[in-house]
Design a binder for this molecule. Structure first.
Ligand code: ZN
Length: 250
């Protein structure tokens, strides 16, 4: 049995989406190539972490953006949106009074599930916890109005991070703030949501299903065309030896 030391919200979600994609990432350790949206999100998160640690976030943003762009250049891509857009988003965040030295950025947690069927802990990093306000923040970068209150309320991440927060600080979280940064326009939205015990229970059930599948060796692909791993397999199907009709039926 492979050593699976912990789970994460995204790991469980990936397994439920596609068992083959999960195996590619967590067992075969295949690194999926980065793309501009992912690289931008990573760079912007680095800037926000610096901001809340009380450091120079503009400088951190430019450094992280340049590093992300250099990584993408290696695969012939360019980081978008550009630095000017990134800096404008950061300005808007601060203009809304959301910036400054605050709380604990990138707060790590290890959470034990209540179910005995999953023997490992859930590992995660909350983007920013602000225990004195009984709140935490998650940052999302997106190119369209994809984040709505309903989507966030249904997020397993919200429920699991809420539970993790409670274990860390021994009080319930009043509210989670999802801060949505638009990459197509200069707009910052804050959507507040309250983690639910029901959502956490659903996550536990999903983690149980995942653990059962993984230990049973079920790594079947989802077969979807928009799945990076399954599509890859389709692309990779060899054309096979050239067989003429005569040979085939000889
Ligand atoms: Zn798949």
């Amino acid at each position: 049995m492979f050593p699976l030391k912990h789970l994460s919200v995204s790991s469980v979600q990936l397994y439920l989406t596609c068992h083959a994609a999960w195996k590619a990432r967590y067992i075969d350790r295949l690194v999926m190539p980065s793309n501009p949206p992912m690289a931008f999100g990573k760079a912007f998160h680095a800037a926000l972490e610096a901001e809340h640690r009380g450091e120079n976030s503009e400088r951190a943003l430019i450094a992280a953006w340049n590093a992300g762009d250099a990584d993408l250049t290696a695969s012939g891509q360019t980081l978008r949106p550009g630095k000017a857009h990134a800096l404008a988003l950061l300005d808007e965040y601060k203009a809304r009074g959301l910036g400054g030295k605050l709380g604990e950025p990138e707060r790590k947690f290890m959470l034990r599930l209540l179910t005995p069927s999953v023997p490992v802990m859930v590992l995660g990093y909350i983007d920013l916890v602000v225990p004195e306000r009984r709140r935490f923040r998650e940052f999302k970068t997106t190119s369209a109005a994809t984040w709505t209150y309903t989507k966030i309320a249904l997020e397993r991440q919200l429920a699991v991070y809420g539970r993790a927060y409670q274990e860390l600080y021994h009080h319930r979280v009043d509210c989670a703030e999802y801060v949505i940064f638009r990459t197509d326009i200069v707009q910052v939205d804050v959507i507040e949501a309250v983690p639910s015990a029901h959502g956490f229970r659903l996550f536990e059930l999903e983690a149980e299903a995942m653990w059962q599948g993984v230990t049973a060796g079920n790594f079947e692909g989802c077969g979807r065309q928009n799945c990076a791993v399954c599509r890859l397999h389709v692309d990779r199907v060899p054309a096979g030896p050239d067989v003429t009709w005569g040979e085939k039926f000889a």
